[in-house]
Design a protein around this ligand. Sequence first.
Ligand code: GPU
Length: 833
Amino acid sequence: VEASIPEPLREAWRKYSAREFTSKDEFEKDFVRHIETTLARSLYNCDELAAYSGTALAFRDRLIIEWNRTQQRQTFTDQKRVYYLSLEFLMGRALDNAMLNVGMKDAAREGLKDLGFRIEDVISQEHDAALGNGGLGRLAACFLDSLATLNYPAWGYGLRYRYGIFKQEIVNGYQMEIPDYWLDNNPWEFPRHDITVDIQFYGHVKKHQDENGKLVHSWEDGEVVQAVAYDVPIPGYGTKTTNNLRLWSSKASSGEFDFQKFNAGDYESAVADQQNAETISAVLYPNDNLERGKELRLKQQYFWCAASLFDIVRRFKKTKRAWSEFPDQVAIQLNDTHPTLAIVELQRILIDIEGLEWDEAWNIVTKTFGYTNHTVLPEALEKWSVPLVQNLLPRHLQIIYDINLFFLQSVEKQFPNDRDILARVSIIEESHPKMVRMAYLAIIGSHKVNGVAELHSDLLKTTLFKDFVDIYGPDRFTNVTNGVTPRRWLHQANPALSSLIAQKLGGHEFLTDLTLLDKLETFVDDKEFRRQWAEIKSHNKLRLAKLIKETTGYTVNPESLFDVQVKRIHEYKRQQLNIFGVIHRYLKIKEMSAEERKKVVPRVSIFGGKAAPGYWMAKTIIHLINKVASVVNNDSDVGDLLKVIFIEDYNVSKAEIICPASDISEHISTAGTEGSGTSNMKFVMNGGLIIGTCDGANIEITREIGDQNIFLFGNLAEDVEELRHRHFYGNFQLDPGLANVFKAIKDNMFGDAADFSALTASIEEHGDYYLVSDDFHSYVTTHEMVDEAFVNKEEWLAKSITSVARMGFFSTDRVINEYADSIWNVEPLAVKD
Ligand code: GPU
């Protein structure tokens, strides 16, 4: 407020206030100005990268103007805001999205053409912002798009990693990891060097009495690291709302400590401190669905939670409201348990710093938080060792113990004759060392807990969190099935399909009300429409074939059936099932006569995805896929009948090319293991069919599009436990088809069999935890049905069109509205022109 210009002097400001370009010519003017001044270049040395920067800067100007206005509007109306805390935001590229969301892509295309550039070449200069591992991080990015599009006053809070997810290279069939340094000349972030928070670690807790004789705790000494805010504007589609994503970067605190060292001539150690501090936000942990309990990761979590909460509390305090109103002004959503310390931190702020009583504070805390769980896999559930927390965050550990004490006391009252339940639900696991169970803390500190698809949410209630359902009742637990943003995953990734749909539906309204897609069903028999639909798919397949040629050197026939599985490599996602199926197909082709081969439906099996660097089995799967590819693709008996492709470094911008080009995609996790899956939605939205198990959102996709439009196979979640039990205590029988495949592998058909022995042994000898053998037969025969269906082009087209028409449910707009109604209790802020 102190920096505000007094009213009599505001006239000049208003006169020169920045304005947005509104035409091709104005875009060109802004572009050239940025090339010549901001970038200090000219028409003599403007390459495509410079053209990208010039275009990005011109659009950035537009975003900033609306972003500032949005923030002013939100501050002025002062209604409840949502804060989405996520350690991952897998944003991908920003320029194309900004162009489409502000509705000026055509102007930019024409303008760039006038100036000597093709817009596609300019767009592809941008480096992906890859601050995430997979589905969880991409979901957060889709949420931001929908929050802005729906005009919700919402902020994302995350970490500004210097290195995002590593870049994957395949060398001799092995995955290699290359650091992804992505920050050089990134025009989409704004450093806010004036917005900093000091974050404390280590030290100890002192108890003393205040002037009223009340016992108070203070957390003293230790180390201090500074959090600096970097802001990223998030434009909504077709709205003026431009929300903020605030990412924290760590650096050494500029406190006296450093200066003392400098003054004492200890320059090297002062620099070392600096580097130490910067380590906190240096790198994204590359694990998906796995937690490894590293101290630096806990430091990241607290650093980010503490900075974000300080910021949120600071904003709330400016309104001068009573603390009891905090939950009416603030909703905080925890993306998985990674931000669970925010619960403890808010309680600490309220009792230790603001002087509230425990119960009053705790009431505020639980009304504020909601927690989203994304997995039931035990290895992904976060637990932190008590000694680690004790050392790093001594006051927080005390508060966790107090939360647990009060919780267990209430459980004991509720279930006086049940001793076992106390041990089962305690936040502290009585192991050696003791562990803090973060999911339990998140449940106890939130008013709502949700899973991400119906089956997943049901499993949470009946297995992992069953005791908590008994304690709190079923109402604390709910389901919000995931979605994807149709702006990026239909309109941006598949412009031709988006425009064909718009032509039929009379406009692009479906992009903001995806249920309007259902009108497409009336055109399913329209011949011309079908032809155009098929042509777009062919065109998209050509585009992917080109990418495959450029990146792998292999030529694929775009007439073939494109069969795609792209996602993180994980045993539960079962890429091994897929590659075993491919080997099975290869062996069959090898046995065939020339006559028989004529009947084979040509297929390209396309894989992509990263393995966590320390996940040996996942890396073995990648190795096998690549070895199979080099054998199959060079076998002249096979030719175009089968090609195997591994696309290296699968990321968001590659997904935008791959999703529109699939005929069929694979979502084949062991039933009950995939939270939701979201690429399944992207593929179907782009007219691809899917082969999948009854898992995650596949089940709801089937319900929406009809079971005649999806290829389901395999055992059901309810039978998994029994099957696993039988593997160990019955006699395990390897499926005969799979036995053939293993024999080929063991005969060194794909190189040294020893390289793959762990993979085959996990199935034959170690209990086949993921039921690969149990599902193999059903998988292979279902693929035969896929072949048959694909040959019937007209039927296939009808399935494709009908499916897209019925995908309206899977927009993140629907998802965000559900969160807003049932968890956050927030309203959109209407924007007047
Ligand atoms: N997911 Br836990 C991740 O991508 N990473 C994780 O560490 C965890 C979950 C995914 C789920 O595996 C996927 O099923 C879900 O669709 C996605 O989160 C978003 O909810």
